[in-house]
Design a protein around this ligand. Structure first.
Ligand code: NAD
Length: 553
């Protein structure tokens, strides 16, 4: 057995199998792809993104998972408990090859201190959403959702474009790094604050961020210049957001839109005022409780300034990192004065079963993604925003790890795309199978009162039966791997969510599975929103034939 420690991991490419079939091979390659240094934020620690979101519990678990996938048969299922492989069961060929449960805790125990205690004992890991479920595709994964969100802001407040506006945000990590490019793709100017100079350098290297300013003065000067010329520009600046955002407010900076994507969901991953960035990890490890208190107090200052910008007329929203909840815990009373992005912009899409559909080419060849891009343009010729995204993504998105693509598709669309990809694999138009998955942040797969299910019409924000039904329906429909997680982007105690990945290997069986999974999975979004009383979801269900028993008979 090889020594189990950190090492560079890169998914195999090409058409040679390292396992007994493409379904197992896909799981192996996507796990390894999550840990590719081009993809993962801290691969040595098995951390993929989102604070401490991991792909496997520890290196011995990673080795045991890859070893087991190497021999797993087409009628066997590997069980993974918070990143550790715990069993192999005989199932059948329609069953998933891997079932994963990550970070789940019983309600009364679902707190960060208890989670950390169990993590220290080696009994669990933080799975985030797509880290522990092996379908993270780098920053592109969130780029399209962020692009859509800013496009919705532009439509709501600025006549359809961000040209001539300045957005202020913080956090240029794995997910937050999508913000500058999403803003410039919408024509706007972005000032992005991060306390880690490496996050800024990385986004510049990947062409998600245009320039770096030496300080806030230079950032503002560059921003005003670009805004006045209606020229898109993104500017990174190294600072603590808890100081920089109040500072900019106090100066009366002309900011039109404010949001944030620091890892606020995990107080140990948010830099408090008064702590040097270099000392952050040591300080957090030395005194987690004290650090948490200081981080929350800093978040309260940060959120107070965001509210200040809202009072001054800016469009302000929480971008799904729980910063309002943390600020409230620190005693700041107006933390929820600005909305989360889902009720503000995304819910109408969820009513149509729309969500972050994504796929990756197991061949490793970008030509395969280019072929799928063309297929999407052919399949949905009337959807201009989708076409604009696919064309821009083809030109501007830097692939990290295996080439991949994301676009938001709805009920009645995802299955068409999946079947087309499977046909293209079968005909040889695409060289190797395509892995089709999605973020857990989807229309019918998550219960998260601070994010996806904030302010549901019927008050059902915290009802967590939906993600569980979603996981079960995907298992029953033939997905290749299915996961149920707790915590995700908003933190322990605040969400339950499920994921599925289905492999288009060009076989007739894969085609059958894809048709069911990619119909039923977004179908959960439609029925969840019908049940909550959204008229738009009811119209979609009626038009597209989604059965709702309470409306029949
Ligand atoms: P990450 O850990 O990769 O990056 C976080 C960044 O924030 C780091 O670069 C860090 O240096 C910076 N940071 C921390 N404290 C700071 C401070 N006080 N001032 C300035 N910068 C600070 O995390 P990520 O993957 O980019 O995710 C960011 C957040 O977004 C997380 O809370 C995550 O759960 C959430 N998230 C939201 C969505 C969504 O759709 N809206 C999706 C996924 C994740």
């Amino acid at each position: 057995m090889q020594s189990s420690g950190p090492r560079p991991v890169r998914a195999p490419r090409g058409t040679t199998l390292n396992t007994r079939g493409w379904q197992q091979e896909a799981a192996l390659r996507m796990l390894m792809n999550n840990l590719d240094p081009e993809v993962a934020e801290h691969p040595d620690k098995l951390v993929v993104y989102g604070g401490t979101g991991k792909a496997a519990r520890d290196w011995p678990s990673f080795d045991a998972i890859t070893r087991t996938l190497g021999t797993l048969k087409a009628d066997e299922t590997l069980l993974v408990q918070s990143g550790r492989p715990v069993g192999v069961m005989t199932t059948h060929e329609w069953a998933p090859r891997v079932l994963l449960a990550n970070s789940n805790l019983v309600g009364d125990w679902a707190t960060w201190p208890e989670f950390r205690r169990l993590e220290r004992l080696g009994l669990t890991m933080y799975g985030q959403m797509t880290a522990g479920s092996w379908i993270y595709i780098g920053t592109q994964g969130i780029l399209q959702g962020t692009y859509e969100t800013f496009a919705a802001v532009a439509a709501k407040r600025f006549g359809g474009s961000l040209a001539g506006t300045i957005t202020l945000t913080a956090g240029l990590g794995g997910m937050g790094g999508a913000q500058p490019l999403a803003v410039t793709m919408n024509g706007g100017v972005a000032i992005c604050v991060d306390c880690d100079p490496r996050s800024i350098d990385r986004r510049i290297e990947h062409r998600y961020l245009d320039v770096r300013a030496a300080d806030l003065d230079e950032a503002l000067r560059l921003a005003y210049e670009a805004r006045d010329q209606r020229r898109p520009l993104s500017i990174g600046v190294e600072a603590n957001a808890a100081e920089a955002v109040p500072d900019l407010l106090a100066r009366g900076a002309e900011i039109d839109i404010v949001t944030d994507q620091t890892s606020a969901h995990d107080p140990l991953a948010y830099l408090p005022i008064g702590v040097a960035f270099e000392d952050m990890a040591a300080e957090a490890a030395k005194d987690p409780e004290g650090f948490t208190t200081r981080a929350r107090e800093s978040m309260a200052r940060h959120v107070e300034a965001m509210v200040g910008f809202q009072d001054a007329g800016a469009e302000v929203f929480d971008y799904g990192n729980s910063i309002r909840g943390e600020a409230q815990l620190a005693g700041y009373g107006r933390a929820f004065d600005f909305p989360g992005f889902v009720p503000a912009y995304i819910r109408p899409l969820f009513c149509e079963g729309k969500g972050p559909f994504r796929w990756a080419a197991l061949s490793g060849d970008p030509a395969d993604i280019a072929a799928t891009d063309r297929a999407i343009l052919e399949l949905f010729p009337d959807n201009e925003p989708l076409a604009r995204w696919i064309r821009m993504a083809g030109e501007r998105v830097h692939f990290q790890g295996l080439p991949a693509r994301i676009c938001w598709l709805g009920y009645g669309e995802r299955d068409k795309a999946g079947e087309r990809f499977n046909d293209m694999v079968a005909s040889g138009e695409i060289q190797a199978p395509i892995v089709i998955g999605r973020d857990h942040l989807d229309c019918g797969s998550v219960a998260s009162p601070y994010r996806e299910t904030e302010a549901m019409l019927d008050g059902s924000d915290a009802i967590a039966d939906w993600p569980l039904l979603n996981a079960m329906v995907n298992v029953a429909s033939g997905a290749s791997w299915v996961s149920i997680h707790h915590g995700g982007g908003v933190g322990i105690g605040r969400s339950i969510h499920a994921g599925q990945v289905t492999v288009a290997d060009g076989t007739a069986l894969a085609g059958e599975k894809i048709r069911r999974v990619l119909t039923n999975d977004p179908g959960m979004g439609v029925i969840r929103h019908v049940d909550a009383g959204y008229d738009h979801a009811t119209e979609v269900a009626e038009e597209r034939g989604v059965r709702i028993p309470m409306r029949e008979g």
